[in-house]
Design a protein around this ligand. Structure first.
Ligand SMILES: *Cc1c(COP(=O)(O)O)cnc(C)c1O
Length: 386
């Protein structure tokens, strides 16, 4: 069925991609099949569904949507972004090695170093803004390259196509965490990645009401191995959450368009502000990888980080406390604007010297720019920064 829809344009796929109307009553939205099991007429005599860890019709509709919007053949939905990453690492064996982006989501770093290093998997965390640095870390045990782009919170950009060439040359899997960009902005499978991963908690769900993860692949063997892990390990999402994310995806394109518009106006406002030292946003021409961002992304997204000239820890905390429309909170990608202070929140457990090396200084503030009226957002920043 999916292949029939492959030719649709993106803004149509978010609404119709991989979807069929309900066969029982023609419901336009897939019903929430709130059931753990399915009646059988005789052992094995069922309509394709046996048990909801393995398959559920609402989750299936969502998985088809995931595949469609990422230009992939197979989609898998998980209980969280981290459980989706966990399923990827379970493809590996003790002794295998992974080369990963060094500026990455803290939870991914924790999963890799605090859980999987104990199972004998070795991780190399390196700067990938210059892809030529990757090859020197490849040896006979290397199996996977892990890329997050744009990175969190420093907005570095990694060249997916160049990385995929290296992965193919050495017969390695390339997985891309596409949470920040979403398929509205970039399509990693089209650029040569093997696996796309999402925290659907963020932009795909888009309304800060669900925790969920997604994987999308094109290769049948790889899909089968991941479906096996999904069912065998069991970190699946429920039908209610599947419905919510499916509904969220239907407006992904218009939300992303506004996130990008507001993000640009706010990045440019901050850039001119006399108290601001530096603004991290890939849309600026002087961003170190602006050209790659321009070629692999359709626009520059709604994530903007900045530092103040005084670089004062306490003053940065005061700024985020003074914000009224931006909510001080973890997470990102919802319709509402959020602000975070990495040095005291997401990156607080990393020693000051180490975090400052990657740019997470005391005054760094990260904004997830929402889709409110941008004048109100600017007024809020103005009163908070002073
Ligand atoms: C939030 C996030 C994750 C983890 O996803 P959860 O849904 O919170 O488990 C992974 N990668 C990135 C880039 C994220 O922002």
């Amino acid at each position: 069925m999916l292949s029939n829809f492959y030719k649709m344009k993106f803004n149509t796929k978010t609404i119709h991609g991989g979807q069929e109307h309900d066969s029982a009553y023609g419901a336009v939205m897939p019903p929430i099949y709130q059931t753990s099991t399915y009646a059988q007429t005789t052992p094995g005599g069922h309509k394709g569904y046996e048990y909801s860890r393995t398959h559920n019709p609402t989750r299936h509709a969502l998985e088809c949507s995931f595949a469609s919007i990422e230009n992939g053949k197979y989609g898998l939905a998980f209980a969280s972004g981290l459980s989706a990453i966990d399923a990827i690492i379970k493809l590996l064996k003790p002794g295998d090695e992974v080369i990963s982006t060094n500026d990455l989501y803290g939870g991914s770093y924790r999963l890799f170093t605090k859980i999987y290093e104990d199972f004998g998997i070795k991780f190399h965390f390196i700067g990938m803004e210059n892809t030529s640095s990757i090859e020197s870390y490849i040896n006979k045990n290397t199996k996977l390259i892990w890329v997050e782009t744009p990175t969190n919170p420093m907005m570095n950009i990694i060249d997916i196509e160049a990385t995929s060439k290296i992965a193919k040359k050495h017969n390695l899997l390339l997985a891309v965490d596409n949470t920040f960009a979403t398929p509205y902005l970039q399509l990693p499978l089209d650029l040569g990645a093997d696996i796309v991963m999402h925290s659907a908690t963020k932009y795909l769900g888009g309304h800060s009401d669900v925790v969920m993860g997604a994987l999308i692949v094109n290769d049948k063997d790889l899909a089968d191995r991941l479906y096996f892990i999904q069912n065998a390990s069991g970190a699946v999402c429920g039908p209610q959450d599947s419905f919510l994310v499916l509904r969220g995806i239907k407006t992904l394109h218009i939300r992303m368009q506004r996130h990008c518009e507001n993000g640009k106006i706010i990045a440019e406002y901050l850039e001119k502000h006399p108290k601001i030292e530096k603004v991290y946003w890939p849309g600026f021409e002087n961003h170190p990888n602006h050209n790659i961002a321009k070629s692999q992304m359709k626009d520059f997204g709604g994530m903007v980080s900045f530092t103040t000239k005084d670089n004062n820890f306490k003053e940065a905390i005061k700024i985020v406390e003074r914000l009224k429309i931006f909510t001080l909170a973890e997470s990102l990608g919802g319709v509402e604007s959020l602000a975070g202070h990495p040095a005291s929140m997401t990156h607080a457990s990393i020693p000051k010297e180490k975090r400052e090396k990657t740019g997470v200084v005391d005054s760094l503030i990260r904004l997830s720019v929402g889709i409110e009226d941008v004048d109100d957002l600017i007024a809020d920043l103005k009163q908070a920064i002073g």
